[in-house]
Write a protein that binds this ligand. Structure first.
Ligand code: IPM
Ligand code: MG
Length: 369
């Protein structure tokens, strides 16, 4: 198969980790006779420096001509002025919105081998395997009005949490579709005790749930969920939540497994075809690690490339229909961990941490067969 993959490294450790994913994809390509070509363009802070825009039109055109996007991370102290007119984060937000990527799938998996690195007691980590479906193109991130102003009484600012019925319905449906093939349980999060948008969310979730009689629907207040994710993480299967709740809770969920550096994500505009075929035409989906640009360790070869490599595995499975290849990549990550190799974020002592490139080489080597 041939595929065009847009690789947008972005800022900080972003380009370091996507480079390792490309190594792994190349190894898959060689082994299975797939012809992957990579196209790239600036995004985030690097793009602001070069063009003044966090997502230049040229980069968007490259993305639109690709089959899938492998994204690194954006942001850094250099661009953190709260009064700045344009921010690196605008780049990823514009991509999500522009590509219609309304569902962000964030698996929270606990690796047996990393239990020591988790802040939780081992007995809490048994059977933890859930996925957060975060709404990605609505809510507080995009609602209007969104602005800041000043009047005689001082400075004010507003963000708006708005959702339409259709926006809620499609993301909740995605959660149910995923749950059907998993443990058949959906937790739908809201703050219906406070917010009008949450009351609509709960109503729509209930309506969609009626179409899935085999899947259990549990409504849960988002603050309670924040507590349950820590105290009872194995009780979850699929969690669906609006944009901001999903953002916050997915960072929380990610550390259960020991490190943000391990977890991939996929941002989709539709569920992949059931027959395992590749999605053709339309706008590409985007794959990115959950972690950010980690400016403090950028350029030091300390970053853990596994979240990006696992994102590339999701890309193989969900955008290209290459499930067997995706599994080979995931198994290679498992093996490297099982053999005790660690980057510094997941090293618990004793081990000599490997560099970003060494881990990438090792995984690519295993994938090559
Ligand atoms: C994430 C990040 C982004 C978000 C930032 C970088 C805009 O935190 O992907 O979770 O808030 O969505
Ligand atoms: Mg986040």
């Amino acid at each position: 198969m041939d595929a065009r993959i847009a690789v947008l490294g972005g800022d900080g450790i972003g380009p370091e980790v996507t480079a390792e994913s490309v190594k792994v994809l190349d190894a898959i390509g060689r082994r299975f006779g797939h012809d992957f070509t990579y196209v790239t363009g600036p995004v985030g802070g690097a793009a602001i420096d070069a063009t003044g825009s966090a997502l230049p039109a040229d980069t968007m055109n490259i993305v639109l001509g690709s089959d899938a996007v492998l994204f690194g991370a954006v942001g850094g102290p250099k661009w953190d002025d709260p009064l700045a007119k344009v921010r690196p984060e605008d780049g990823i937000l514009a991509l999500r919105k522009g590509l219609g990527l309304f569902a962000n799938l964030r698996p929270a998996k606990v690796y047996e081998q990393l239990i020591d690195a988790s802040p939780l007691r081992p007995e809490l980590l048994k059977d933890v395997d859930f996925i957060i479906v975060r709404e990605l193109t609505g809510g507080l991130y995009f609602g209007k009005p969104k602005r800041r102003w000043e009047n005689s009484r001082g400075r004010r600012a507003v963000d708006t949490l708005a959702y339409s019925e259709k926006e809620i319905e499609r993301v909740v449906r995605m959660a149910f579709e995923l749950a059907k093939d998993r443990k058949k349980r959906v937790h739908s999060l809201d703050k219906m005790n406070v917010m009008e948008s949450s009351r609509l969310w709960r109503e729509i979730a209930t309506e969609v749930g009626i179409e899935y009689p085999d899947v259990e629907l549990i409504h849960m207040l988002a603050d309670n969920a924040a507590m349950q994710i820590i105290t009872n993480p194995s009780s979850f299967d699929v969690i669906v939540a609006e944009n901001t709740f999903g953002d916050i809770l997915s960072d929380e969920a990610a550390v259960i497994g020991g490190s943000l550096g391990m977890l991939p994500s996929a941002s989709l505009s539709s569920l992949p075809p059931k027959n395992g075929r590749r999605r053709r035409g339309g706008k590409p989906a985007l794959y990115e690690p959950i972690h950010g640009s980690a400016p403090d360790i950028a350029g030091k070869s300390l970053a853990n490339p596994m979240a990006s490599i696992l994102s590339a595995a999701m890309l193989l499975r969900l955008s290209l229909g290459l499930s067997a290849e995706a599994e080979i990549v995931e198994n290679a990550v498992d093996s490297v961990l099982a053999e005790g190799y660690r980057t510094h974020d997941i090293a618990t002592g004793g081990e000599r941490p490997l560099t970003t490139g060494q881990v990438g080489d090792m995984i690519a080597g295993l994938v090559a067969g």
